[in-house]
Design a protein around this ligand. Structure first.
Ligand SMILES: CC(C)(COP(=O)(O)OP(=O)(O)OC[C@H]1O[C@@H](n2cnc3c(N)ncnc32)[C@H](O)[C@@H]1OP(=O)(O)O)[C@@H](O)C(=O)NCCC(=O)NCCS
Length: 227
């Protein structure tokens, strides 16, 4: 991922992870509109209405998620420069079409079609932190064990699925793991999402353990592949 790719990666990740009711394209101005109408109705009725409070909370949550994703990928781009322990690979929409996509680009498509990330992490079964963490810190946390390659954020835009893009990115990540000198790679998969489960199984990933069921992670499986 280059500096110029960050915005496209952020849009792709945001589209995948945000499932709230607000429309991000309204942006900051949309937030002010929500605030203004809440304020007007509070002046009329003497107090803030529950529905207005809910809309404001939805808007703040949406903006907060966007900021976190933007911040996270900007940091990844910085960490990835050395390429020592963190890389983000992406495929542009144009390249996706050259690789044999449907050719129906159109202005509704984002500038990026797919992304996947590989980093060195402590293989303790836990998901990786949302932000890149310095290698020396991970080594201390994992000591005396090793830090090993971990694939995450494998995302393909809805319009670009079933064209082999995720497969290509996974193979690229696995090559990176080998280039770093490793013979194994780890990842997590949400068991409720069949396409991802199927993909990892067909690519030779084996179950290491199933994570405890929690509100945030309804069914997460930790997997490993020997390269
Ligand atoms: C899972 C995901 C990354 C697959 O991307 P993709 O580019 O469509 O996948 P590919 O075309 O490279 O397909 C690779 C393999 O995955 C499996 N697969 C992908 N989509 C599938 C589907 N809808 N049903 C069944 N199997 C599917 C197949 O085994 C496929 O190989 P095949 O085409 O030879 O049968 C994509 O659906 C996605 O972004 N989902 C949302 C995010 C997500 O869940 N990511 C995984 C995080 S754990």
């Amino acid at each position: 991922m280059k500096r110029a790719d960050v915005d496209g990666v952020v849009s792709l990740a945001f589209e995948e992870y945000y499932n709230g009711p607000m429309d991000f394209s309204a942006g900051i101005r949309g937030g002010f509109a929500v605030l203004e109408s809440a304020w007007r109705s509070a002046l009329r009725n003497g107090k803030f209405q529950e529905a207005d409070k809910e809309r404001l909370t939805d808007w703040l949550e949406m903006i907060w998620l966007r900021i976190m994703i933007q911040w996270g990928f900007s940091m990844r781009e910085q960490f990835g420069k050395g390429g020592r322990d963190h890389r983000v690979f992406c495929i542009s929409d144009e390249k996706a079409r050259n690789l044999g996509g449907d050719g129906e680009g159109g202005s509704s498509k984002p500038p990026l079609a797919a992304l996947a990330e590989i980093s060195l992490q402590v293989p303790n079964g836990k998901t990786s932190p949302p932000f890149p963490v310095p290698l020396w810190y991970k080594r201390i946390v994992g000591w005396p064990g090793p830090v090993l390659p971990y694939i995450s954020n494998v995302l393909v835009h809805r319009n670009a699925r079933r064209q082999g893009l995720a497969n290509r990115l996974m193979l690229r990540c696995e090559k990176q793991a080998r280039d770093w000198g490793f013979t194994q790679v780890y990842l997590h998969v949400d068991l409720t999402y069949y396409p991802a489960v199927r993909m990892y199984e067909t690519m030779g990933y084996e179950v290491v353990s199933d994570l405890e069921v929690s509100f945030e992670n309804p069914r997460l499986r930790y997997m490993k592949k020997i390269l």
